[in-house]
Design a protein around this ligand. Structure first.
Ligand SMILES: C[S@@+](CC[C@H](N)C(=O)[O-])C[C@H]1O[C@@H](n2cnc3c(N)ncnc32)[C@H](O)[C@@H]1O
Length: 614
């Protein structure tokens, strides 16, 4: 009980006040009774209080008894109701059980009917499925038939178009074939002509022989008369026959040379035409040195290069190109004439050693051939080989002609097969247009020879010239491959437009498809550039350009052990043993031996054998 409420709640406060007043009144009454009866007032008051308390307790007990009586009667009623409920529950249980039994029966009935229904449904489903499949098959067949008809129509259209194209190219092809046939007939005619010529020569030789024999027999008859006269006559007859024969041989030789040159040209153009007809754009390069090339290098061009070259040397180098290609992997990606032209251009360089930078190396056969052919003329030849060495043209492709991959390892193997020392070559891996690669190449500069044979586009040649021309020594050589080639018109364009008019260089010659430039000696280049100078139309050979330097060199050479070797540089080094100097013999045999040993079944060139003293 909250006592605070006795003071805050007005009704409770009132009741408390009434109780207090009642107690006070009772106390007053008790005091009055005490005064009257002379009984102590406290006793009276206590008695009244106990009586009051007993009254309250009695009232409580009465109330409790009444309450208990009510509760027991309610309990009795509840008990009755419980009995009723129990009875009802028993009835309900019975009813429920009966219901469950009938429900079970109904369920079993239902299950049976369900099973029957589901088997019926299964049958119907199966029937429907087969119906659906039949319908689907029919519609698929129809669709595929429609699609087939459509695609057939399209194919027929395409085929008609392709037939048109094929008919057209067939026409072109037959025209080309006719052309080629015509050319082949021309070649056959030329061959017939040569054959006839040869027969005529043979007949002339036979006639001359007969005449010689007649004269000889006449001379023999006259022997008895005058032996001296007979001898004179015999010598005269022999001489006349010899002169006659030599004239005939010269005539036939000249005729067959010009025919051979024509044939070689025709073969080149037929090969080029065939490659174009094949559509692969690659020409199988010629491995022979032609008549024009031979007359150029043994004559005018040789003079300009300051070299004296003999035919025997050309035959030797021609054979050497073939040998290099026979023992190496891959191929030489240029003609024999161009490979030899590079060698002659390089050989016009003065000095005891050669440094060569080649941009575009492929399998390294051109490089290896250069080294092999130049080594006998110099104390050292060092190759700096720049190429990505990553497939063909740096794109991980195979070389289209050999089907082989261009790799650094293949190049190294080739150079080692040619017995080139590891110290004689340095590989610079990457594109020439890469600044890092250029930096590496610069470390080997200045070079006696720079060969540009990499990227054959206009911009490719331009980049190579702009970046590397400066690395050519004064009086050194710049070589551009594929100049004038039908396959690479941009090389020719750039050379004609820019290199030919660059004041630092003078054009020495064009040999086959090799454009050869010489860097002007120090001083002349700058002056020429400043004056906007052009290449000299009649370039002078290095020999004539630097007489005092040469004279000094000659004097020095007389003292040096390799002097003969250097002197041989200007003339042939591959001629007979009679001409060969001891130092040259040594150098050549060192280089030639591994080649000859490696080529199984290829006999030694008589010139080489002669050089070795064989
Ligand atoms: C025609 S082949 C070289 C043939 C070689 N000089 C010979 O005589 O056998 C061209 C080569 O140049 C390489 N090449 C192409 N572009 C180049 C570039 N920008 N720098 C260096 N090499 C490049 C090609 O990967 C290829 O190996």
């Amino acid at each position: 009980m909250d006592f605070g409420e006795l003071f805050t709640d007005p009704s409770k406060r009132k009741r408390l006040l009434s109780a207090f007043l009642a107690v006070l009144l009772l106390a007053v009454v008790c005091a009055a009774v005490g005064v009257v009866s002379e009984i102590p007032a406290l006793t009276i008051f206590s008695i009244v209080l106990v009586a009051g308390a007993l009254g309250v307790i009695g009232k409580f007990l009465v109330t409790l008894a009444v309450h208990l009586a009510g509760t027991s009667s309610r309990l009795i009623k509840l008990n009755d109701r419980y009995d009723d409920t129990e009875k009802w529950l028993e009835q309900f249980d019975r009813g429920t059980r009966a219901t469950f039994t009938s429900l079970g029966k109904a369920q079993a009935e239902l299950r049976r009917s369900l099973e029957e229904a589901s088997s019926d449904i299964g049958q119907v489903k199966e029937e429907l499925g087969s119906e659906i499949q039949t319908v689907a098959r029919e519609s698929a067949t129809r669709e595929s038939l429609d699609a087939f008809v459509k695609s057939s129509e399209a194919e027929v259209g395409d085929l008609e178009k392709s037939f048109g194209v094929v008919r057209e190219s067939n026409g072109k092809l037959s025209k080309r074939i006719d052309e080629v046939g015509g050319r082949a007939k021309d070649i056959e005619r030329s061959l017939d002509h040569i054959r006839e010529e040869a027969e005529r020569v043979q007949a002339a030789i036979d006639a001359a022989k007969e005449e010689y024999e007649t004269r000889l027999s006449q001379a023999k008859n006259a022997l008895g008369k005058d032996i001296k006269e007979q001898d004179r006559l015999r010598r005269l007859a022999v001489h006349a026959t010899k002169v006659e024969l030599e004239t005939k041989i010269d005539e036939v030789d000249a005729a067959s040379k010009s025919e051979a040159a024509k044939l070689s040209k025709k073969m080149d153009s037929t090969s080029s035409l065939a490659s174009r007809l094949r559509g692969d754009g690659y020409v199988q390069f010629n491995r022979l040195l032609g008549g024009k090339f031979a007359s150029d290098v043994t004559g005018e061009v040789g003079n300009r290069l300051g070299l004296s070259i003999e035919h025997s040397e050309l035959r030797y180098l021609e054979r050497k190109v073939q040998q290099v290609e026979a023992i190496c992997e891959g191929r030489l990606a240029t003609t024999a004439e161009d490979a030899v032209a590079r060698v002659f251009a390089a050989r016009s360089c003065e000095g005891d050693s050669l440094r060569i930078l080649e941009i575009g190396v492929l399998f390294g056969l051109g490089s290896g051939f250069m080294h092999t052919a130049l080594a006998p003329f110099y104390d050292s030849v060092k190759l700096h080989l720049l190429d990505p060495f990553d497939g063909y043209y740096g794109s991980d492709h195979l070389d289209p002609l050999t089907g082989q991959k261009v790799t650094r390892a293949a190049v190294e193997r080739n150079l080692r097969r040619l017995a080139i020392d590891w110290n004689d070559f340095e590989i610079i891996e990457g594109f020439s247009t890469d600044d890092g690669v250029q930096k590496k190449a610069k470390q080997g500069a200045p070079y006696d020879v720079v060969v540009i044979d990499g990227d054959h586009t206009y911009d490719g040649v331009r980049e190579d010239f702009e970046r590397y021309a400066e690395y050519v020594k004064p009086s050194g050589m710049l070589i551009v491959d594929d100049y004038g080639s039908e396959d690479w018109p941009e090389v020719t364009k750039y050379v004609d437009e820019t290199i030919a008019s660059d004041g630092r260089f003078e054009q020495v010659a064009v040999l086959s498809r090799t454009a050869i430039f010489r860097r002007k000696a120090v001083g002349t280049g700058k002056a020429a550039t400043a004056a906007g100078g052009k290449a000299s139309p009649e370039p002078t050979p290095a020999k004539a350009k630097t007489p005092s330097k040469k004279a000094t060199k000659k004097a020095k050479a007389a003292k040096k052990p390799s002097a003969k070797k250097k002197a041989a540089k200007k003339s042939t080094a591959y001629t007979s043993s009679k001409k060969a100097t001891p130092s040259r013999k040594k150098a050549t045999s060192k280089r030639v031996k591994p080649l000859a040993e490696e080529i199984a079944g290829v006999g030694e060139d008589s010139e080489v054998a002669a050089e070795r003293g064989g």
